[in-house]
Design a protein around this ligand. Structure first.
Ligand SMILES: C[S@@+](CC[C@H](N)C(=O)[O-])C[C@H]1O[C@@H](n2cnc3c(N)ncnc32)[C@H](O)[C@@H]1O
Ligand code: SF4
Length: 453
C-alpha cells in the first residue's frame, strides 16, 4: 500500500479487466428496468487511429479501410436502435445530460462519416446535440478544418487534442510520430472553429525529457490559452510498442515523473489555472459552457455505443470484450461489425453495496475538491468503512490537515471537517496509488487473473 506513486490510472472502477462474461447474458431491457434515466451520459467509442503510439494501450487499431469504417457505423446504428428499443421497453424515454465521442481517434472518420455518427446519436438515441455538453477527442493530424467544421456545426462544446509533447525528439522517443508544426496548425484550426473549450493532453516521464523541456511544452501550450490541460504521467504497459522496448519501471523513473508533475502543476497554478484532479487543470477564466452545469454532476448512468464502450446502470457495468494486442483488437472489432443482435449485455461486473461505496469514494476522493459539502454523510460513512486506509493516508500526510483528526476521532473527526474529506497536495500527486487502495479483493483478483491470461 502506497509504496510506488504510479500503480494505476483509476478512471473507472471497476476496471474493464475485472469484467467477466455474464452468464446468462441479460436482456438490456431487463438491465435498465427500474433504472433512473433522466440524466444519462452518452458515449461513443471509435476504435481507429492513423498510427499506433508506442505508449498507448487504448482499444484501437490502425489502417482501417473505408469499408471497415462504414461497416462500423452500420453496426453502431444497429446497436443504437437496439439500445433505444430496450430503454423504451423498460421505462420512460431517456434524457441525456452530456455526450462524448472518444477513441482511438474519432476524427479518423471522414467529415461525412462524422455527420452520420452525429445523426445516430441525435435521431436514433435522442441525444439533444446543441443542448448538452459534447466532447470529442482528436489527434493533430486529423483535426482538420473540414472535420472541425462538422464538429462545431453539430454542437461540440469541447475538443480534446492529444499533443503529448511539442518537442519532436520527445515525440519520437514516445513513439508518437508527429511534428510540432502540424500540432501548431491543428491548434490554430481548433481555435478558428469556434468550439468553446480546447483541452490539450500532455505526457511527462518520457525518456530524455527534462524539467526544462517539459516546462517548454507547457509554455508552448499556453500560447493557445487552452481552457483545460491534462497532464498524464507516462505509463508503459505490456503489449504496447514501448512495453517491448523499455522495461525500466524503476525508482529513478518514479522520481522523474513526480518531479515533472510538481513542476508542471506549480507552473499551471502560477499561470491562471486551477487543479481539478491529479491530471486535470482548468483555466480560471474559462467560459462556462451552456448546459455545462450537468457536466460534473453525478449522472444516472451511462449508455456506451461501440465495441470498446462501457455502459453503467446503478448496479451493472457492462461492455463487449476487451483487448490490447493488435490481433485480438482486430478480432473484436470484426465480431462487433458482424453482429446482428445487440439486445443483451455481454461481459460486465455487478456492483453490490460495498462496491458502490468503493466506487463513490474513489471518484470523489481523487477530485481536488474531495467529498463535497453536501456529501458529509458519505464522508463519515467512508471513514467508518475504510478506517484502515484513511489512517494510512493520514499517516503519510496525504489528507488535508483538518483530516488529521480522523485517526484519533474517527467519524467524529470527519464530521468536524466542515463536511469535506480531501487529499492534500501530496496526496493528489499520489492519486494513482491512492485509488487502487480502495479496490476490493474480488476486483483485484479478477484484474490479476486477466493479466496472467
Ligand atoms: C484517446 S487519446 C487522445 C486522442 C488521440 N487519439 C490522440 O492521441 O491524439 C487519450 C489520451 O490518453 C493519454 N495516454 C494514453 N496512453 C497513455 C500512457 N500509456 N501513458 C500516459 N498517457 C497516456 C494521452 O495523453 C492521450 O492523448
Ligand atoms: S494515443 Fe491516440 S493516436 Fe495514439 S494510438 Fe492511442 S488513441 Fe491512437
Amino acid at each position: 500500500m502506497l509504496e510506488r506513486p504510479y500503480e494505476a490510472y483509476v478512471y473507472a472502477y471497476p476496471h474493464k479487466t475485472a469484467y467477466r462474461p455474464l452468464e446468462p447474458k441479460p436482456l438490456l431491457a431487463d438491465v435498465w428496468r427500474g433504472e433512473e434515466r433522466d440524466a444519462l451520459s452518452f458515449y461513443t467509442h471509435v476504435p481507429f487511429c492513423e498510427v499506433r503510439c508506442g505508449f498507448c494501450n487504448l482499444f484501437t487499431r490502425t489502417g482501417a479501410p473505408e469499408s471497415l469504417t462504414v461497416a462500423y457505423l452500420d453496426a453502431l446504428e444497429r446497436q443504437a436502435i437496439a439500445v433505444r428499443a430496450a430503454l423504451d421497453e423498460s421505462g420512460p424515454a431517456p434524457r441525456f445530460a452530456n455526450a462524448a465521442i472518444g477513441g482511438g481517434t474519432p476524427t479518423y472518420l471522414s467529415p461525412d462519416e462524422l455527420s452520420r455518427l452525429f445523426d445516430i446519436a441525435e435521431k436514433v438515441m435522442g441525444v439533444g446535440l446543441g443542448a448538452v455538453p459534447l466532447s470529442v477527442e482528436a489527434s493533430p493530424a486529423t483535426a482538420t478544418p473540414d472535420r472541425l467544421a462538422v464538429l462545431a456545426g453539430r454542437g461540440t462544446t469541447r475538443l480534446s487534442l492529444g499533443v503529448q509533447s511539442f518537442d519532436d525528439g520527445e515525440a519520437r522517443s514516445a513513439v508518437r510520430p508527429q511534428k510540432a508544426g502540424d500540432v501548431f496548425a491543428a491548434l490554430d484550426a481548433v481555435r478558428a472553429s469556434g468550439i468553446p473549450v480546447l483541452n490539450v493532453d500532455l505526457i511527462y516521464g518520457i525518456e530524455g525529457q527534462s524539467r526544462e523541456s517539459w516546462l517548454g511544452s507547457l509554455r508552448t501550450a499556453l500560447r493557445w490559452l487552452p481552457e483545460e490541460i491534462y497532464l498524464y504521467p507516462l505509463y508503459v504497459r505490456p503489449l504496447t510498442g514501448l512495453g517491448r522496448l523499455r522495461v525500466d519501471q524503476d525508482a529513478a523513473w518514479d522520481a522523474q515523473r513526480l518531479d515533472l508533475y510538481r513542476a508542471g502543476r506549480d507552473f499551471l497554478l502560477e499561470s491562471g489555472y486551477e487543479q481539478v484532479s491529479m491530471r486535470m487543470f482548468r483555466r480560471l477564466d474559462a467560459p462556462v459552457v451552456e448546459g455545462g452545469e450537468d457536466y460534473t454532476c453525478q449522472t444516472d448512468g451511462m449508455i456506451g455505443l461501440g465495441c470498446g464502450a462501457r455502459s453503467y446502470t446503478s448496479s451493472l457495468h457492462y461492455s463487449f470484450d476487451y483487448a490490447v494486442s493488435a490481433s485480438e483488437v482486430r478480432g473484436i472489432i470484426d465480431a462487433y461489425v458482424g453482429a446482428g443482435d445487440f439486445s443483451r449485455a455481454e461481459v460486465g461486473y455487478r456492483l453490490d453495496g460495498e462496491e458502490k461505496a468503493r466506487r463513490f469514494l474513489i471518484q470523489s476522493l481523487l477530485q481536488a475538491e474531495g467529498l463535497a459539502a453536501g456529501e458529509a454523510g458519505e464522508a463519515v460513512e467512508a471513514v467508518e468503512r475504510f478506517g484502515g486506509e484513511m489512517e494510512a493516508l493520514r499517516a503519510r500526510g496525504f489528507l488535508e490537515s483538518g483530516a488529521g483528526m480522523l485517526g484519533e476521532a474517527g467519524a467524529a473527526g470527519a464530521a468536524a471537517l466542515d463536511g469535506r474529506l480531501r487529499l492534500s497536495a501530496e496526496g493528489l500527486a499520489w492519486s494513482d496509488a491512492v485509488g487502487p487502495m480502495f479496490f476490493s479483493e474480488a476486483v483485484r483478483a479478477a484484474m490479476r487473473a486477466y493479466e496472467l491470461k
